[in-house]
Design a protein around this ligand. Structure first.
Ligand code: 1HE
Length: 269
């Protein structure tokens, strides 16, 4: 939750393969390794952890995007070639820790995807809370053709998003899905024209940043756990979340503003 964070990471704490911009209450984290199609090497993944572990208190939402023509070509394959089995387990668990930091961090994350969103790149995007796709985006899980398996949480996060049968198909056949396919099956929640992803991501992130921090916290931390729990535990957890939210001064002020006709109505599309 905002207000409970560690001191912000200074730019010098991050590797050159990451770039940070501030847009008011929104921080934009860009993968900045276009020459290698934003392949995720260890320093980059470690930098992602540093960034999400040390967000400034006044950052209320994050946009995650990629420089160049691709969001991310996934795991840096040159790093994997020499790993032993036990080092491979540690490497995968390292990715799990970092991507968990995104999914269950302090603020919601909007991923803006374009070009290749493959392997670990898709796993990274799956850890975000909202995904915006540009029309150039394409999705694949080429691990099997490289003789490996997903290791960045894809087998956990992708089935609830698009269904285990589709993930199985992507894993076994290595098929590529288009941006339109991805929108139809739920990889992305928004599909926009080329070059418009960042603007859309920022618009959404600013809207998210305007919510009560506890409401965002509850959506991020309660919803996925309730969705995975048995309904009776889910209802009780939801009731506790609802009560905590409404007890907050922020909620009271927002409700009063609506009742006094000072707050916007829900807009028709
Ligand atoms: C890389 C990587 C990479 C590119 N690791 N270096 N991911 C993959 O299997 C995808 C592999 N990449 C590709 O299929 C293609 O590069 C793309 C379709 C993404 C882009 O094609 P293109 O023609 O624009 O670029 P390119 O010429 O293939 O690559 C440009 C450079 O980036 C080149 O290096 P260069 O020194 O010869 O210029 C490539 O070697 C390099 N490059 N992708 C390392 N992935 C935790 S488990 C997760 C498991 C996975 O993620 S497996 C999926 C891995």
């Amino acid at each position: 939750m905002a207000g409970m964070t560690d001191p912000a990471a200074a730019p010098e704490d991050l590797p050159p393969t990451l770039k940070v911009e501030r847009h008011g209450a929104v921080a934009v984290l860009k993968l900045n390794r276009a020459a290698k199609r934003n392949a995720l090497d260890d320093p980059t993944v470690l930098g992602i952890e540093t960034f999400f572990s040390a967000l400034a208190d006044d950052v209320r939402a994050v946009v995650l995007a990629g420089e160049g023509d691709h969001f991310s070509a996934g795991l840096d394959l040159s790093e994997l070639a020499e790993l032993t089995t036990s080092a491979g387990i540690a490497h995968s668990r390292f990715w799990h820790r970092v991507f968990d930091r995104i999914e269950f961090g302090n603020v919601p994350v909007v991923a803006v995807m374009h070009g290749a969103v493959v392997g670990g790149g898709l796993e990274l995007a799956a850890a975000a809370h909202i995904r915006v796709a540009e029309r150039s985006a394409f999705y694949a899980l080429p691990e099997a053709s490289r003789g490996i398996f997903v290791g960045g949480g894809g087998s956990v996060r992708l089935p609830p998003l698009i269904g285990a049968a589709r993930v199985m198909d992507m894993m076994l056949t290595g098929r590529t899905l288009s941006a339109e396919d991805g929108q139809a099956i739920g990889i992305s929640q928004y599909l926009v024209d080329e070059g418009e992803g960042l603007a859309k991501g920022l618009e959404l992130a600013h809207r998210i940043a305007g919510n009560a921090p506890f409401s965002n916290f509850a959506a991020m931390h309660l919803l996925p756990r309730i969705a995975r729990s048995d309904p009776s535990a889910g209802y009780v957890t939801e009731a506790l979340g609802a009560a905590i939210a409404q007890g907050d001064d922020d909620a009271k002020a927002r409700l009063k503003a609506f009742l006094e006709k000072r707050a916007p109505k829900v807009a028709r599309n």
